[in-house]
Design a protein around this ligand. Structure first.
Ligand code: GUN
Length: 300
């Protein structure tokens, strides 16, 4: 194997220690404990597992977490009413509505109910707009984690070619912006590929940094990667595996076996980007709590 592993889990543990120390210091100085309100609608096992991970991380870092589970047949009004209550709850500094929501619920309407100053996912139009304008805001967690991980590993982005596969609001669009903006971890020349891209390999082979958020296993194989590239695998896919205790295992969007022979750096799944997403959520919640305690505004 040629590639070096980008160990998101270890980096996340280091950053979480710093966050926990800052949270304790905030509480000591101001009496404010960072609080996260989480809404999970329905019983999708993958979403339930993500939410459990977020709650565990909160309690490990000394945060207060309030968790609301609504039945799968909840109405949009039910979810909006709950979020409105969280908007007015001074114990809650950050609100997270786990996506995707059931089909009968308009996701955008739910997102737009969250007060921008409690939008620790960075999904509201105010935060997305501020991000695009390079103004202080809450950055979306997965893209922020990716850029921070590249910086932590000393992988240069400035002047290099970055290719993003996927154009979702959660990952593809915002990570493309963070990689292109004129700031540390940015200043790359960014190409965004998606399901409408013909001859994906033509683009991926040019990438010094390849971010794969396609939502499909085996989207990228070794023959599609430039030797030495940094490959960031955002995918989390469950594939049936009778030999695994749970009957499935997690794989990314990248064929780890073949890509790790060619790439210079690669994130594993699990243990790569997932733990960093949760860590950046804690970071944003801490910043929201500082804001509520009259401290500085989070900066990009
Ligand atoms: N679903 C998948 N990723 C995310 C995320 O980062 N935040 C929320 N709220 N839902 C998600």
């Amino acid at each position: 194997m040629a590639a070096r592993i980008l160990d998101g889990k270890a980096v996340a543990a280091e950053w979480r220690r710093e966050i926990a120390a800052e949270a304790a210091e905030l509480e000591r100085r101001t009496g404010v404990t960072p609080g996260l309100g989480v809404v999970l609608v329905g019983d999708d096992p993958a979403s339930a597992s993500y939410v459990a991970g977020k709650e565990r991380a909160c309690s490990d870092s000394g945060f207060f977490a309030l968790d609301w589970r609504l039945p799968a047949d909840s109405t949009q009004a039910d979810v909006i009413e709950l979020i409105s209550r969280m908007n007015g709850d001074p114990r809650i500094h950050g609100i997270l509505a786990q996506l995707p929501l059931p089909r009968q619920i308009d996701e955008q309407a739910v997102i737009e109910t969250i007060l921008p100053e409690k939008d620790v996912d960075g999904f509201t139009p105010v935060n997305v707009g501020r991000m695009l304008l390079d103004l202080p805001c809450f950055l979306p967690c997965t893209p922020h984690g990716i850029v921070r991980l590249l910086m932590h590993a000393g992988i240069a982005t400035s002047g290099r070619s970055a290719v993003v596969i996927g154009r979702s609001n959660i990952v593809g669009k915002p990570v493309a912006h963070l990689l292109m903006r004129k700031a540390p971890g940015g200043n790359a020349t960014v190409t965004v590929c998606h399901t409408g891209t013909s001859d994906l390999a033509r683009f991926t082979r040019e990438a010094d940094i390849l971010v794969v958020a396609a939502g499909k296993p085996m989207t990228v194989t070794g023959d599609m990667v430039k030797p030495g590239a940094a490959v960031i695998d955002v995918g989390v896919n469950r594939v049936a595996d009778a030999s695994a205790a749970k009957g499935f295992r997690l794989v990314g969007d990248v064929d780890f076996h073949s890509v790790s022979q060619v790439a210079g750096w690669i994130t594993p799944v699990p243990g790569g980007i997932g733990p960093l997403t949760i860590t950046m959520l804690l970071r944003n919640t801490l910043e929201a709590a500082k804001l509520a305690a009259g401290q500085h505004h989070p900066t990009v």
